[in-house]
Design a protein around this ligand. Structure first.
Ligand SMILES: Nc1ncnc2c1ncn2[C@@H]1O[C@H](COP(=O)(O)OP(=O)(O)OP(=O)(O)O)[C@@H](O)[C@H]1O
Ligand SMILES: [Mg+2]
Length: 250
């Protein structure tokens, strides 16, 4: 059974420009999938279809067998999205309130919310900042808060849209460690990035997008040598015919 199935998905902008053109994609539970492609190739648009933030012009998206459009609430709960812009995801007055937003919205009892949020802030390493206003956080801390906000919903699938941008080396490693831990825990991970070297060692599968279509879909290692045809930098080691040194392994 596929946890995600995208069938003949097309997306038109309001001016009827075709942004996604007949996308077909099946993802199995606990896969670690990387989506790459030049600016404007449609990655973020595709991601927004996975939990109903956008509605298909044609085709459909199934999450664990049920169409997103048939149950938006279920799709939002099953697919946690960490957006490209961490600031856009901040909703609370404090780090704690921000992380509590999701479970409070689900109507969980307050002692359960408290336990869940305390535990999640611990997991992402933000407990010591729980009373701080989110806009005071550094870029990396904001990214971790966005991850916390999603983790409190306990989604089966986590979608990270360019989660490494603006992060320093330790910040990237922390996000990678978070992803690796979730993946070990059986979650399905989908990540977009322009820097494939970063996710080497974690990713199973690479999907390359160009002009709103999927142009390659295969094993991460096998596709590395061909990425430069699609606006993505090939890791230096691959160019030299060597194995890429992973930033973090499973
Ligand atoms: N609402 C909209 N109306 C018109 N065009 C849109 C709309 N939303 C997205 N687009 C266009 O669709 C294309 C795909 O955008 P998308 O954000 O999915 O690309 P991306 O692959 O995520 O790019 P990046 O690497 O820059 O994040 C772009 O050309 C964008 O300008
Ligand atoms: Mg994008």
């Amino acid at each position: 059974m596929n946890i995600i199935e995208v069938r003949n998905l097309s997306h038109r902008a309001t001016d009827s420009k075709l942004i996604l053109a007949n996308i077909n994609l099946a993802i199995k539970p606990a896969e670690f999938v990387v989506v790459a492609g030049a600016n404007g190739s449609g990655k973020s648009t595709l991601f927004k279809h996975l939990n109903g933030l956008l509605i298909p012009s044609e085709g459909e998206v199934l999450i664990d067998g049920i169409a997103v459009e048939d149950d938006f609430k279920r799709a939002r709960k099953m697919v946690g999205m960490i957006f490209q812009d961490a600031d856009s995801q901040i909703v609370g007055e404090t780090v704690y309130d921000d992380a509590a937003f999701g479970p409070e919205n689900l109507g969980l009892p307050s002692d359960e919310v408290q336990q869940l949020v305390t535990q999640t802030l611990e997991v992402v390493g933000l407990s010591h900042l729980k009373d701080v206003a989110p806009h005071l956080l550094s870029g990396g801390e904001k990214r971790r808060l966005a991850i916390a906000g999603v983790l409190t919903m306990i989604p089966k699938i986590l979608v990270f849209d360019e989660p490494f941008s603006n992060l320093d080396y330790p910040g990237i490693r922390q996000v990678l460690a978070q992803m690796a831990a979730l993946h070990r825990g059986g979650h399905t991970i989908i990540v977009s990035t322009h820097n494939l070297e970063t996710v080497t060692g974690l990713a199973d599968r690479l999907i390359l997008m160009q002009a709103g279509t999927i142009v390659k879909d295969g094993s991460f290692e096998d596709l590395l040598p061909s990425v430069e045809n699609f606006g993505i930098r090939m890791p230096e080691a691959t160019r030299l015919g060597m194995k890429v040194q992973p930033w973090l392994t499973r």
